[in-house]
Design a protein around this ligand. Sequence first.
Ligand code: ADE
Length: 241
Amino acid sequence: MWRATVLTLFPEMFPGPLGISLAGRALAAGLWALEARDIRDSATDRHRSVDDTPAGGGPGMVLRADVLAAAIDAAGAGAERPRLVMSPRGRPLTQARVSELAAGPGPLIVCGRFEGIDQRVIDARGLEEVSIGDYVLSGGEIAALALIDACVRLLPGVMGRLESGTDESFSAGLLEYPQYTRPQLFEGREIPEILTSGDHARVAAWRQAEAEALTRTRRPDLWAARPTPPRQKPPKNATDG
Ligand code: ADE
């Protein structure tokens, strides 16, 4: 079964929001498993200390390499499981990476706190640094919750066939088109007429155009990187060169 193992100083933050709604129902149904382990359980001294002052000076505290390595080793995650550490300096998380993680056995995720983690444990345990965006959270836990949520909704049986179609639009490299529902008139604003026309081809074309316009203006980076749309079939009798 797909499993997320989280190493954290705040295990009580899990499952948190993953215990309700779609992910929570799937968790209760045994479609995936979550294990939150307290890094502090691997501390060895009397005070159960997990951090210390940064070598070279500076503010804050750094998570100790020996304690975190012991916590990782005690989690007993096999080499086949990806080992991640949530960090604002990591590689940005993408839907493509989420799909890979969802297709595998499930990751071990280290949640950082304090000013950082001793670099030697990142190197020695081969941790992949992952960011969920260019802003700084107070710790990796909320980032880990986001990553796990994104994976869980892709697991077999978690979402119906209908919803999973929306991934394809994002995987196609476009933002989602606007949605509407009743009432027909809201504070003087109508649902776009095409959407109530019953003409499925026109609806599809409108949605595609809206998705493209949104992506172009809001996310020029995604627009530039989008997969090239399938080429039109060459006309019959087209010459080779
Ligand atoms: N920890 C703190 N900020 C983070 C971010 N933006 N992404 C992942 N982990 C983090």
